[in-house]
Design a binder for this molecule. Structure first.
Ligand SMILES: [Zn+2]
Length: 226
């Protein structure tokens, strides 16, 4: 019965994550990818390293990507990418959680992303369900609750209330950390879909969002008054 509305929220990369591990030369623990990959051949055996720079002293250090692998076991296009310091491959390695685990360091994602949203202004007041596709340009782990606060411009409590009332349908819990694309649905106030889906007696659940029949013009006001 509804014509769904759609919105896109995009997690955009603003920087690569810092690699957190001790620097042998100074007291810093933060490293940045230098943008270079080193390949070393010994006969038919190859070593491939991602090169990092200490953010304090610039010391270069190496993260093993492949060790003593036979040249025939690597995809030729991949090998060319390694030899050319392909930025896409540097980025892939620098954001790889499995490479971090394998080499015993942590990734610090602070300051690596922005959320770009194209949400209709009255998204929360429109009775038509709004489907929101959240896309990730880089696999930054972000709490779902924080994404919703930013995307909807609401406080933590307001987001919790909306989710608790069934108006936000999510494939993940609010406390989960998302790092790849997912879709959520935002149901309008008094929405039949949300009511029947989540609560047999929805009206009493929704009273705290605003008096019935009173038009609400700004989501923030609804949140502040609740
Ligand atoms: Zn250092």
């Amino acid at each position: 019965m509804h014509t769904d509305r759609k919105a896109l929220w995009a997690v955009r990369q603003s920087a690569l994550p810092a690699v957190v591990r001790p620097c042998p030369d100074c007291s810093s623990t933060r490293h940045r990818p230098s943008g270079r990959i080193r390949a070393n051949a010994n006969g038919k055996l190859l070593d491939i390293w991602l090169l990092l720079s200490c953010t304090a002293c610039d010391r270069t250090s190496k993260v093993p990507v492949h060790e003593r692998v036979h040249v025939s076991s690597l995809d030729p296009a991949r090998l060319v990418a390694y030899e050319n310091n392909d930025p896409a491959v540097v980025r892939e390695l620098a954001t790889s959680a499995s490479l971090a685990t394998r080499n015993g360091y942590r990734l610090d994602w602070t300051g690596t992303w922005d959320l770009e949203t194209r949400t209709p202004l009255h998204a929360l007041d429109d009775p038509t369900p709004l489907k929101v596709l959240v896309t990730f340009e880089l696999p930054t782990p972000i709490r779902v609750e924080r994404l919703l606060m930013l995307g909807l411009g609401l406080s933590r409590n307001a987001v919790r209330r909306l989710a608790g009332s069934g108006r936000i349908q999510l494939p993940l819990s609010l406390d989960a950390k998302a790092h790849r694309d997912f879709e959520l649905t935002l149901h309008g106030p008094g929405s039949v879909d949300a009511d029947t889906a989540k609560h047999p007696k929805p009206l009493s659940r929704l009273t705290h969002l605003g008096p019935h029949g009173t038009p609400r013009h700004l989501p923030r006001q609804a949140a502040a008054g609740a």
